[in-house]
Design a protein around this ligand. Structure first.
Ligand SMILES: Nc1nc2c(ncn2[C@@H]2O[C@H](COP(=O)(O)OP(=O)(O)OP(=O)(O)O)[C@@H](O)[C@H]2O)c(=O)[nH]1
Ligand SMILES: [Ca+2]
Length: 523
């Protein structure tokens, strides 16, 4: 056994055990080990950097809103058989048709016909071989909620007839009027999904206030105790969110504007006590000089709804319009049976955290060119200027806008201040509010929130047992884990064959040098 000439000076007279005449490793073992290791590396790289193409699936939600109906075709992939991956930037296609389903109260078949263009769009966006597994849901909101239940049902039944033969997967109960509370929770889900706070600390989540056409939703996480009618609990991962969620029917912008005009027209209240116009049916929410264009009144039902009620004289005045809006929002406050009611007689805990203000909040702030983090005081200044302007001048300044849309901005600015500041007590300089309609290019549309909740809960993605998933699943993950494990065993075996010999070194006084000898195995 040839000694190794080692010049290592022992730290003490003790013996040190180290290699002597290490067994010459046969070249064939080195080759085998290097093949095994490189194979393991190749498979690992393949599995983790070139995962098997996940199957792309689709879902369709039709949002039946009061001012329009829109179809959302949502594509998503299912990673590893269990984890849904949404791509709302590229995987979302939408189309809107006007007017909304509630406009067909006297013509339910017409409501069904209005879906045909949307369904054609959906069939163009989903590969034909996937139509049969693509679920389609019609979820109607405030527009239908305002109709009698019988009328709602007639419209829904006509819609079910076309959905049954759409080619997509449909069940009767998938065409329905959703509750306002659900609508608010869905909007909260997509907002916090887009913000990346869904699944995290409830105190870090962001509330959402949506001003639609017929209803307004307020949804946020609250640490306060809440009556069950207003409390919603949703679970994501191992986090439970106790949310306040309520939809204020009739408080959507379009309906509120009509209601205010009727109140003014009936002389139910003068916009400002002691105003000179007390008995003159003045409309402070319409810029002076406006006269209804007779052609407008002959247009479809949307113009009929927004027709200027005769007998009112346009006299734009922001503060009078704001006072009138506030009186309308406070109606019913005397029936409040809670410690306090911010709006009418409805329970609401103190607003907590930051908020996104969407839909009409966004459209109006955008019209006045306000920044998304604008203050209510900025909106107030813009509204005062707009309301006080002459109608002819405004039309000239905004020729590209429909008269019907332009007409709303005086009321909208005053209504928003009356709603958020005078009623919900958000300070005029409060920086917690963002006027947005999307976050990170993800539209803050409640339908996307409904989709996220539905898919994740169905895929049980938050509770699944990943081992079960892999074993049960035939994804490449399982095969690669077995292959890598086998290789690692092989490598371990080779290494064990090429074990570091246990050696000892002694110092031979006669020869005056160290001699290394192997312990145990014979050479
Ligand atoms: N100013 C302005 N308003 C818009 C625009 N697009 C939509 N809107 C208004 O914004 C609101 C849209 O909110 P949505 O939630 O879609 O309204 P909706 O779903 O039809 O009504 P709800 O059933 O109450 O939800 C409606 O009042 C529309 O009139 C726009 O480009 N400019
Ligand atoms: Ca809506």
């Amino acid at each position: 056994m040839d000694p190794i000439k080692l010049q290592i000076r022992p730290t003490s007279r003790s013996t040190a055990l180290f290699s002597r005449n290490p067994r010459q490793t046969k070249p064939s073992s080195i080759v085998a080990i290097s093949i095994a290791i490189s194979l393991a590396l190749v498979i690992s790289i393949y599995v983790f950097f070139f995962p098997a193409k996940d199957s792309t699936k689709y879902g369709i939600i039709i949002d039946g809103g009061s001012t329009g109906t829109r179809i959302h075709v949502l594509g998503y992939s299912v990673e590893g058989g269990k984890k849904p991956v949404f791509d709302f930037k590229r995987g979302l296609e939408s189309l809107r048709v006007n007017p909304g389903l509630s406009s067909y109260a006297e013509d339910p078949e017409g409501a069904a016909d209005s879906l045909s263009e949307l369904l054609e769009f959906g069939r163009r966006k989903v590969p034909r071989n996937l139509w049969g597994e693509t679920e389609i849901r019609l979820m109607a909101t405030a527009g239908l909620r305002l109709l009698d239940v019988e009328v709602q049902e007639r419209i829904l039944e006509e819609c079910r007839k076309v959905l049954r033969v759409s080619g997509f997967k449909f069940r009767e109960e998938w065409a329905s009027v959703i509750t306002g509370s659900d609508e608010g929770v869905y909007a909260w889900v997509v907002a916090n999904y887009a913000l990346g706070t869904l699944g995290g600390n409830p105190l870090q989540t962001t509330g959402i206030i949506e001003l639609g056409g017929a209803s307004a939703q307020v949804t946020f996480f609250s640490s306060e105790p809440m009556p069950s009618d207003f409390s919603r609990s949703i679970k994501f991962g191992n986090i439970t969110y106790n949310l306040y969620s309520h939809s204020f029917l009739h408080f959507g912008q379009n309906v509120a504007h009509e209601s205010l005009r009727e109140l003014l027209s009936n002389g139910d209240f003068s916009p400002a006590a002691g105003s000179l116009h007390k008995k003159m049916d003045i409309d402070p929410c319409t810029p002076k000089g406006y006269l209804p264009d007779s052609s407008m009144l002959s247009l479809g039902s949307v113009a009929e709804k927004s027709k200027y009620i005769s007998g009112l004289q346009a006299r734009g005045n922001f503060s009078e319009c704001r006072s009138a809006a506030q009186m309308m929002l406070q109606k019913g406050k005397e029936k409040c049976s809670y410690d306090r009611c911010y709006l009418g007689s409805v329970f609401m805990p103190k607003l907590q955290g930051n908020f996104l203000a969407t839909e009409n909040f966004f459209h109006t702030s955008k019209f006045f060119r306000l920044h998304e983090k604008a203050l209510l005081s900025d909106l107030m200044v813009a509204g005062q200027r707009f309301c006080g302007e002459d109608w002819a001048k405004l039309k000239k300044q905004h020729q590209s806008l429909y008269e019907e849309d332009l007409l709303r901005y005086c009321f909208s600015s005053a209504y928003i201040v009356a709603l958020l500041h005078d009623s919900l007590e958000i300070a005029l300089d409060d920086e917690r509010i963002s006027f947005v309609n999307q976050v990170e290019n993800i539209p803050l549309d409640w339908a996307l929130g409904a989709f996220i909740l539905h898919i994740t809960s169905n895929l049980d993605v938050w509770k699944h047992d990943w081992i079960t998933t892999i074993i049960k699943d035939d994804s490449p993950t399982l095969l690669s884990i077995i292959a890598i494990s086998a290789l690692l065993v092989l490598i371990a075996w080779f290494i064990s064959k090429w074990r570091k010999p246990q050696l000892k070194t002694v110092y031979d006084l006669e020869k005056g040098r160290y001699i290394v000898t192997r312990i145990g195995r014979s050479s």
